[in-house]
Design a protein around this ligand. Structure first.
Ligand SMILES: N=c1c2ncn([C@@H]3O[C@H](COP(=O)(O)OP(=O)(O)OP(=O)(O)O)[C@@H](O)[C@H]3O)c2ncn1[C@@H]1O[C@H](COP(=O)(O)O)[C@@H](O)[C@H]1O
Length: 112
């Protein structure tokens, strides 16, 4: 399934040469990194609100959709900075099976 992240990244990369009027992703690149970061923040808030609604008995599909929007916009953010999903997946792989407390204790002191 993580293959879809790689395939999506290839599309996001190709959109760097597209006309802003022809593609949502190209229009985001054209507006610049600050607009992309604004979208990531917006989608994070929408995911948080949908999680609250789901806990209160709402439709989990709304949370799934908002999480997909959030992941998508973080991929656009990374692509804008010439980073694909692979190093993020590799970092998750590296952390896999490590206790969260142990992993945090082993981080360089400037990381949060
Ligand atoms: N996965 C997605 C995807 N998820 C969400 N979105 C878009 O993200 C936007 C987020 O919704 P909003 O209501 O916040 O957006 P908005 O109101 O248009 O934005 P603002 O004007 O408020 O900034 C919507 O336009 C969604 O269609 C996506 N747009 C594109 N993709 C993928 O990216 C590929 C390339 O897309 P294009 O560049 O548009 O061809 C597509 O083939 C898909 O695979």
């Amino acid at each position: 399934m993580s293959d879809v992240l790689t395939r999506l990244h290839q599309v996001l990369d190709a959109r760097k040469d597209a006309e802003p009027s022809s593609s949502y992703v190209a229009s985001l690149y054209h507006k610049g990194l600050n607009k992309i970061l604004e979208k990531v923040g917006e989608e994070a808030v929408e995911a948080i609100l949908a999680a609250r609604d789901t806990e209160a008995g709402g439709d989990p599909q709304a949370l799934i959709n908002e999480t997909a929007d959030l992941w998508f916009h973080t991929l656009v953010m990374l692509a804008k900075l010439n980073i694909g999903p692979e190093p993020v997946l590799a970092e998750l792989e590296r952390r896999f099976g490590l206790s969260g407390h142990d992993e945090k204790a082993a981080r360089p002191s400037q990381d949060t």
